[in-house]
Design a protein around this ligand. Structure first.
Ligand SMILES: [Zn+2]
Length: 129
């Protein structure tokens, strides 16, 4: 969901720099929306990698949609890769605020459906260019 929303926002702002800022900001607020996490971290990772790869291949690696997707997904790398944790806390602001990430709310299935729809819109717009 982070990747799809970042890609869609990036495609809308049309500037790689703005896409990076909007992508990271979307991640921050996306973490606040109550949601279920996808049960399989492996599935989530591979969907993300595939999504970014397809974006980079179809729109270009520096296209705002690609940059927005990467910027929106990158903060969660610290859940997968062991990064420095100053004071034992994670790096990204939304991961540091206790209670910011709330369970419940949007189901994993609904998020996948929405992510697919956003991706579809971004790809369709990319092919029309
Ligand atoms: Zn996060």
């Amino acid at each position: 969901m982070h990747i799809a929303s970042g890609a869609a926002a990036g495609a809308l702002v049309r500037s790689p720099t703005a896409a990076a800022l909007v992508g990271a900001t979307l991640h921050f607020f996306g973490d606040r929306v109550p949601h279920e996490d996808v049960a399989s971290k492996r599935f989530e990772i591979w969907c993300g990698v595939a999504g970014v790869f397809v974006l980079a291949a179809t729109r270009g690696p520096l296209d705002p949609a690609t940059v927005g997707a990467v910027a929106s997904a990158a903060p969660d790398l610290e859940h997968v890769v062991r990064l420095p944790r100053p004071g034992g806390r994670k790096l990204f602001p939304s991961h540091r605020i206790p209670g910011w990430h709330r369970p419940g709310g949007i189901s994993a299935e609904a998020q996948l459906f929405l992510a697919g729809a956003l991706f579809g819109a971004v790809f369709a717009a990319g092919f029309r260019r």
